[in-house]
Design a protein around this ligand. Sequence first.
Ligand SMILES: Nc1ncnc2c1ncn2[C@@H]1O[C@H](COP(=O)(O)OP(=O)(O)OP(=O)(O)O)[C@@H](O)[C@H]1O
Length: 518
Amino acid sequence: MIDQFNMRDHFVSLCNLVNQTRLDGVLVQSGELIANMTGGRIALIYLLDATGRNLVLSGGYAQGFSTWAPGSRIHPLQGGGRSPVCPLTQVAFTGKNLCLDNGTAGYDMSPVISALDGVNCPSHVAVLPLARANADFLGVAVVLSDGAIAPWLDRSVARQILRAVAAAIETRQVVAGQENEKAMLAKSLARAEGDRMSLRQRETGRLSKRLIGRSRPMQALREKVAHLADKTGPVMILGEDGVGKEKVARAMHEHSVHSASAFVYANCASLPIDVFAPELFGHKRGAIKGVASARQGLLRKAGNGVVYLDGIDRLCGPGQEMLLRLLETRQYRPLGSDRDLPLAARIIVSARSDLSARAQEGTFLPGLYYRLREMAITVPSLDECREDIGDIVQAVLNGIEREEKRHLKLHPAAFAFLSQRPFPGDRRELEGLTRLAASNAKDGTMLTAEHFQAVDAQSEPENVSTPGILPLPEALAMFEQDLITRALAQTDGNRTTAAEMLGVPKRTLADKCKKYGL
Ligand SMILES: Nc1ncnc2c1ncn2[C@@H]1O[C@H](COP(=O)(O)OP(=O)(O)OP(=O)(O)O)[C@@H](O)[C@H]1O
């Protein structure tokens, strides 16, 4: 009769249960379902906590209350042999229904009474175990009824409903756990991303202090430097004289994980192989004639830092071949040694921008060029980044302020002057010009266009009036006169010696002196 009478209600409640998307909703729905099924007035759900040692009052249902959320309370599962017995503990350990239709004598009902918070406690109590799909203990449902509960529990539907309730709770717990994990993961990802961003900002900030300029080409350059900094393999930095190739190399090293190791500089320009090889690889004692002691090479000195080879385009042919071999084998042998050593340092080279053409025409080893261009950076010239002039000048002035305690500011007219002025020596020329202009300015003043113009005027070669095109006899006479004057000056007017110097007979010189009135 019970089953027939309530079947439709059970079915609706079960659908509601399955449709709950939150654990608290599942618990209320479960309470209602269990109460209806057992004819109870109140149903409480206690779930085992993560430690497996406590039952936590997690949800409940009370007839007549649209929503009822008993405060969550923790009840430690008690060890055996206690008196009075905790009914929750007993069910947790036995896994069997406990139906107290005939009174609760001998049982400690405080975990149940305390949950009621003043709600009148019905006379009949049953504690029903809830099990996970793998039969592990999940928790208990406590039913409080004004009438006998046992007859209701005998129905097969009771077992099915308790299984459905346990499954719904377990599913929600798993989903809630996953969501919790997802939220924690998202939080830690956001934290890591934040850390990464601020680290990146700090690093890019450091790079902008070294490689000054807000122009697009400079921004792109800094990005490329940051990108290549932690890669391995050689880097080639291309650019004309004074654009800042070495500065880029140093910035890349400082940005890398090996920044604590050494940055070793070597100028390759025009070095013959017998100087370049021992310099780079080092040599053993007695390996070089006339050199008594052994010497550590630059590769060894750099450790796992950087060896910066400046002006690789001017390295001699055998040097180029040696370098290619080093990059290919990643091994080298100090002169006089019989042991190869591994290449630990990163090789960064600099060259003028026309290296590709040089490789094509065969004046630079093509194989080395192709190896080096795998990671190449071209430094934009100041002409391509004219908007950076103000920032570079300001950086120089800041340096002067730090070193010399002199405070100088750039006058807008000076900036306008510099923006127009060509800089064939690139950033090096701008830096040097600013230093010289600043040396003529007083502390606390503005650096004006005149300060820069004064430096330019001093460095211009003296005005030599170049004669226009003269008829050849006239020009030859001028040249002859100048030559004789200088020969006489050098010989203190001694015509005999002067004639010898000029390779003419004494008589010819005398005639010419007469002709030119010397
Ligand atoms: N982005 C920059 N901001 C400010 N100063 C710079 C910048 N780039 C280079 N400089 C300055 O220009 C000068 C030349 O730089 P660096 O020696 O790095 O140039 P380079 O290209 O290696 O020159 P070279 O070809 O003669 O070896 C240095 O004094 C450096 O401080």
